[in-house]
Design a protein around this ligand. Structure first.
Ligand code: IPD
Ligand code: CA
Ligand code: CA
Length: 266
Protein backbone atom coordinates (compact mmCIF):
# COMPACT_ATOMS: atom_id res chain seq x y z
CA UNK A 1 0.00 0.00 0.00
CA UNK A 2 1.23 3.46 -0.87
CA UNK A 3 2.34 5.59 2.10
CA UNK A 4 -0.44 8.19 2.54
CA UNK A 5 2.15 10.99 2.62
CA UNK A 6 3.57 9.88 -0.77
CA UNK A 7 0.04 9.75 -2.18
CA UNK A 8 -0.67 13.28 -0.94
CA UNK A 9 2.59 14.61 -2.39
CA UNK A 10 1.88 12.88 -5.71
CA UNK A 11 -1.61 14.39 -5.95
CA UNK A 12 -0.26 17.86 -5.26
CA UNK A 13 2.56 17.44 -7.79
CA UNK A 14 0.11 16.21 -10.43
CA UNK A 15 -2.19 19.19 -9.91
CA UNK A 16 0.66 21.75 -9.81
CA UNK A 17 2.19 20.28 -12.99
CA UNK A 18 -1.22 20.26 -14.72
CA UNK A 19 -1.78 23.94 -13.91
CA UNK A 20 1.75 24.97 -14.92
CA UNK A 21 1.55 22.92 -18.13
CA UNK A 22 -1.71 24.63 -19.06
CA UNK A 23 -0.23 28.06 -18.35
CA UNK A 24 2.80 27.29 -20.52
CA UNK A 25 0.79 25.77 -23.39
CA UNK A 26 -2.07 28.27 -23.49
CA UNK A 27 -0.20 31.36 -22.28
CA UNK A 28 2.86 31.21 -24.53
CA UNK A 29 3.19 34.68 -26.07
CA UNK A 30 3.60 34.74 -29.85
CA UNK A 31 6.58 37.06 -29.42
CA UNK A 32 8.18 35.08 -26.59
CA UNK A 33 11.69 36.33 -26.03
CA UNK A 34 14.62 35.75 -23.73
CA UNK A 35 14.25 37.36 -20.28
CA UNK A 36 17.75 36.52 -19.03
CA UNK A 37 20.72 34.24 -19.59
CA UNK A 38 22.50 32.02 -17.06
CA UNK A 39 25.65 29.91 -17.51
CA UNK A 40 26.25 31.15 -21.09
CA UNK A 41 24.52 33.32 -23.74
CA UNK A 42 22.63 30.24 -25.05
CA UNK A 43 21.42 29.19 -21.56
CA UNK A 44 18.21 31.19 -21.61
CA UNK A 45 15.28 31.94 -19.31
CA UNK A 46 11.94 33.21 -20.61
CA UNK A 47 9.28 35.09 -18.69
CA UNK A 48 7.25 31.86 -18.84
CA UNK A 49 9.92 29.87 -16.94
CA UNK A 50 9.58 32.43 -14.16
CA UNK A 51 5.76 32.46 -14.27
CA UNK A 52 5.62 28.66 -14.17
CA UNK A 53 7.92 28.40 -11.14
CA UNK A 54 5.89 31.08 -9.35
CA UNK A 55 2.65 29.23 -10.01
CA UNK A 56 4.07 25.88 -8.81
CA UNK A 57 5.74 27.17 -5.64
CA UNK A 58 2.71 29.33 -4.80
CA UNK A 59 0.32 26.38 -5.20
CA UNK A 60 2.45 24.00 -3.13
CA UNK A 61 3.44 26.49 -0.39
CA UNK A 62 -0.20 27.41 0.18
CA UNK A 63 -1.07 23.75 0.81
CA UNK A 64 2.12 22.66 2.60
CA UNK A 65 3.65 25.77 4.19
CA UNK A 66 6.32 23.89 6.18
CA UNK A 67 7.96 22.26 3.12
CA UNK A 68 11.27 23.21 1.56
CA UNK A 69 11.79 24.20 -2.09
CA UNK A 70 14.53 24.00 -4.70
CA UNK A 71 13.56 25.48 -8.06
CA UNK A 72 15.73 26.17 -11.09
CA UNK A 73 14.59 29.78 -11.30
CA UNK A 74 15.59 30.61 -7.75
CA UNK A 75 13.18 28.98 -5.31
CA UNK A 76 15.28 28.05 -2.30
CA UNK A 77 13.55 27.46 1.01
CA UNK A 78 14.67 25.26 3.91
CA UNK A 79 11.49 23.78 5.33
CA UNK A 80 10.76 22.13 8.64
CA UNK A 81 8.58 19.18 7.54
CA UNK A 82 11.32 16.93 6.04
CA UNK A 83 9.70 17.34 2.60
CA UNK A 84 11.44 19.30 -0.14
CA UNK A 85 10.07 20.02 -3.61
CA UNK A 86 12.55 19.95 -6.49
CA UNK A 87 11.16 21.84 -9.47
CA UNK A 88 12.10 22.47 -13.08
CA UNK A 89 9.33 24.82 -14.22
CA UNK A 90 10.20 24.30 -17.91
CA UNK A 91 12.61 21.54 -18.84
CA UNK A 92 13.49 22.05 -22.49
CA UNK A 93 13.35 25.85 -22.53
CA UNK A 94 15.14 26.08 -25.87
CA UNK A 95 12.48 23.82 -27.42
CA UNK A 96 9.77 25.95 -25.79
CA UNK A 97 11.36 29.16 -27.08
CA UNK A 98 11.46 27.80 -30.65
CA UNK A 99 7.96 26.29 -30.55
CA UNK A 100 9.21 22.70 -30.60
CA UNK A 101 6.95 20.35 -28.62
CA UNK A 102 9.48 18.52 -26.39
CA UNK A 103 9.31 20.46 -23.14
CA UNK A 104 7.98 19.48 -19.75
CA UNK A 105 7.22 20.54 -16.21
CA UNK A 106 9.16 18.41 -13.73
CA UNK A 107 8.23 18.22 -10.03
CA UNK A 108 9.72 15.83 -7.48
CA UNK A 109 9.04 15.52 -3.75
CA UNK A 110 11.82 14.37 -1.46
CA UNK A 111 11.24 13.06 2.06
CA UNK A 112 14.34 13.26 4.26
CA UNK A 113 16.49 13.59 1.14
CA UNK A 114 15.01 10.65 -0.80
CA UNK A 115 12.78 11.19 -3.85
CA UNK A 116 9.39 9.65 -3.03
CA UNK A 117 7.15 11.12 -5.74
CA UNK A 118 7.81 12.45 -9.23
CA UNK A 119 5.73 13.99 -11.99
CA UNK A 120 6.78 14.97 -15.51
CA UNK A 121 4.04 16.65 -17.53
CA UNK A 122 4.62 17.08 -21.27
CA UNK A 123 1.53 19.00 -22.45
CA UNK A 124 2.35 19.07 -26.18
CA UNK A 125 2.57 15.28 -26.12
CA UNK A 126 -0.65 15.06 -24.12
CA UNK A 127 1.31 12.94 -21.63
CA UNK A 128 1.94 13.04 -17.91
CA UNK A 129 4.28 10.57 -16.26
CA UNK A 130 4.32 9.85 -12.56
CA UNK A 131 5.76 7.51 -9.94
CA UNK A 132 5.87 7.10 -6.21
CA UNK A 133 8.63 5.15 -4.51
CA UNK A 134 7.82 1.43 -4.68
CA UNK A 135 4.61 1.97 -6.64
CA UNK A 136 5.59 1.57 -10.31
CA UNK A 137 5.63 4.14 -13.09
CA UNK A 138 2.69 5.45 -15.11
CA UNK A 139 1.89 7.44 -18.26
CA UNK A 140 -1.55 9.05 -18.20
CA UNK A 141 -2.44 6.59 -15.44
CA UNK A 142 -1.36 3.45 -17.34
CA UNK A 143 1.66 1.42 -16.13
CA UNK A 144 4.84 1.75 -18.20
CA UNK A 145 7.93 -0.46 -18.35
CA UNK A 146 11.33 -0.02 -19.89
CA UNK A 147 12.10 -1.87 -23.12
CA UNK A 148 13.60 -5.40 -23.06
CA UNK A 149 17.25 -4.61 -23.72
CA UNK A 150 18.87 -5.25 -27.12
CA UNK A 151 22.65 -5.54 -27.38
CA UNK A 152 24.29 -2.11 -27.18
CA UNK A 153 24.92 -2.21 -30.95
CA UNK A 154 21.14 -2.12 -31.47
CA UNK A 155 20.30 0.29 -28.67
CA UNK A 156 18.74 3.72 -29.27
CA UNK A 157 20.45 6.09 -26.85
CA UNK A 158 19.42 9.60 -25.87
CA UNK A 159 21.79 12.25 -24.62
CA UNK A 160 22.10 15.99 -24.08
CA UNK A 161 24.74 18.69 -24.19
CA UNK A 162 25.77 21.42 -21.81
CA UNK A 163 25.42 25.13 -22.55
CA UNK A 164 29.20 25.66 -22.13
CA UNK A 165 31.22 25.28 -25.33
CA UNK A 166 34.34 23.71 -23.69
CA UNK A 167 32.17 21.04 -22.10
CA UNK A 168 30.42 20.47 -25.42
CA UNK A 169 33.74 19.77 -27.10
CA UNK A 170 34.41 17.00 -24.52
CA UNK A 171 30.86 15.67 -24.96
CA UNK A 172 31.36 15.55 -28.75
CA UNK A 173 34.52 13.45 -28.22
CA UNK A 174 32.58 10.89 -26.17
CA UNK A 175 29.89 10.80 -28.84
CA UNK A 176 32.47 10.26 -31.60
CA UNK A 177 33.37 6.91 -30.03
CA UNK A 178 29.87 5.95 -28.92
CA UNK A 179 27.92 6.69 -32.11
CA UNK A 180 29.45 3.90 -34.24
CA UNK A 181 28.73 1.40 -31.43
CA UNK A 182 24.97 1.96 -31.04
CA UNK A 183 21.84 1.92 -33.24
CA UNK A 184 21.57 5.69 -33.16
CA UNK A 185 21.61 8.76 -30.93
CA UNK A 186 18.74 11.14 -30.09
CA UNK A 187 19.06 14.64 -28.63
CA UNK A 188 15.52 15.52 -27.55
CA UNK A 189 16.25 18.70 -25.58
CA UNK A 190 14.51 17.81 -22.30
CA UNK A 191 16.31 15.59 -19.82
CA UNK A 192 13.08 14.94 -17.91
CA UNK A 193 11.37 13.66 -21.07
CA UNK A 194 14.46 11.63 -22.02
CA UNK A 195 14.26 9.82 -18.66
CA UNK A 196 10.52 9.18 -19.17
CA UNK A 197 11.29 7.88 -22.68
CA UNK A 198 13.60 5.30 -21.09
CA UNK A 199 10.78 4.49 -18.65
CA UNK A 200 8.26 3.75 -21.40
CA UNK A 201 10.59 2.04 -23.89
CA UNK A 202 10.99 4.86 -26.43
CA UNK A 203 14.71 4.87 -25.70
CA UNK A 204 16.90 1.95 -24.61
CA UNK A 205 19.16 4.26 -22.65
CA UNK A 206 20.11 7.85 -21.93
CA UNK A 207 23.13 9.60 -20.47
CA UNK A 208 24.20 13.16 -19.83
CA UNK A 209 26.88 15.06 -17.94
CA UNK A 210 26.10 18.28 -16.09
CA UNK A 211 22.47 17.81 -15.04
CA UNK A 212 21.12 19.53 -11.96
CA UNK A 213 18.77 18.01 -9.38
CA UNK A 214 15.72 19.72 -10.92
CA UNK A 215 16.42 18.20 -14.36
CA UNK A 216 16.51 14.62 -13.15
CA UNK A 217 14.84 14.13 -9.74
CA UNK A 218 11.36 13.23 -11.04
CA UNK A 219 12.53 11.43 -14.21
CA UNK A 220 15.08 9.35 -12.31
CA UNK A 221 12.37 7.96 -10.00
CA UNK A 222 10.01 7.35 -12.94
CA UNK A 223 12.72 5.47 -14.88
CA UNK A 224 13.63 3.33 -11.84
CA UNK A 225 10.01 2.54 -11.07
CA UNK A 226 9.61 1.43 -14.70
CA UNK A 227 12.36 -1.16 -14.22
CA UNK A 228 15.30 0.79 -15.63
CA UNK A 229 18.60 1.12 -13.80
CA UNK A 230 19.95 4.59 -13.16
CA UNK A 231 23.27 5.78 -11.78
CA UNK A 232 26.23 8.05 -12.21
CA UNK A 233 29.81 6.81 -12.32
CA UNK A 234 29.98 3.09 -11.44
CA UNK A 235 28.66 2.51 -7.92
CA UNK A 236 27.32 6.04 -7.58
CA UNK A 237 23.83 7.52 -7.91
CA UNK A 238 22.98 10.00 -10.69
CA UNK A 239 24.77 13.28 -10.16
CA UNK A 240 25.99 16.41 -11.89
CA UNK A 241 29.08 14.43 -13.01
CA UNK A 242 27.03 11.89 -14.92
CA UNK A 243 23.50 10.55 -15.18
CA UNK A 244 22.86 7.21 -16.92
CA UNK A 245 19.46 5.51 -17.23
CA UNK A 246 18.80 2.38 -19.26
CA UNK A 247 17.15 -1.01 -19.47
CA UNK A 248 19.21 -3.22 -17.12
CA UNK A 249 21.28 -5.07 -19.76
CA UNK A 250 22.02 -1.89 -21.71
CA UNK A 251 22.97 -0.16 -18.44
CA UNK A 252 25.43 -2.98 -17.67
CA UNK A 253 27.34 -2.19 -20.88
CA UNK A 254 26.72 1.55 -21.23
CA UNK A 255 27.78 2.69 -17.75
CA UNK A 256 31.29 1.10 -17.83
CA UNK A 257 31.78 2.29 -21.41
CA UNK A 258 30.95 5.89 -20.41
CA UNK A 259 33.37 5.55 -17.49
CA UNK A 260 36.10 4.34 -19.87
CA UNK A 261 35.39 7.19 -22.30
CA UNK A 262 35.58 9.75 -19.49
CA UNK A 263 31.99 10.98 -20.02
CA UNK A 264 32.08 12.32 -16.45
CA UNK A 265 34.79 14.94 -16.96
CA UNK A 266 35.58 17.77 -19.40
C1 IPD B 1 18.12 21.42 -20.15
C2 IPD B 1 17.46 20.26 -20.85
C3 IPD B 1 18.40 19.67 -21.86
C4 IPD B 1 19.70 19.24 -21.22
C5 IPD B 1 20.34 20.38 -20.45
C6 IPD B 1 19.35 20.95 -19.45
P1 IPD B 1 16.55 23.46 -19.36
O1 IPD B 1 17.24 21.98 -19.17
O2 IPD B 1 17.07 19.26 -19.94
O3 IPD B 1 17.86 18.52 -22.50
O4 IPD B 1 20.58 18.78 -22.22
O5 IPD B 1 21.47 19.87 -19.78
O6 IPD B 1 19.96 22.03 -18.77
O7 IPD B 1 17.66 24.46 -19.33
O8 IPD B 1 15.80 23.46 -20.61
O9 IPD B 1 15.69 23.51 -18.13
CA1 CA C 1 16.17 21.54 -17.05
CA1 CA D 1 14.40 24.76 -16.83
Amino acid sequence: MTDPLYAELLDLALEAARRAGELLRDGRPADLGVAATKTSPIDVVTEMDLASEKLITGFLAERRPADGFLGEEGASVVGSSGVRWVIDPVDGTVNYLYGLPSWAVSIAAEKDGETVAGVVAAPMRGETYHAVLGGGAYRNGEPVHCRPAPPLSQALIGTGFAYLSERRAAQAEVLRTLLPRVRDIRRGGSAAIDLCDVACGRLDGYYERGLNAWDMAAGDLIAREAGALTGGRPGEPVSNDLAVAASPDVFATLQPLLEELGAWHD
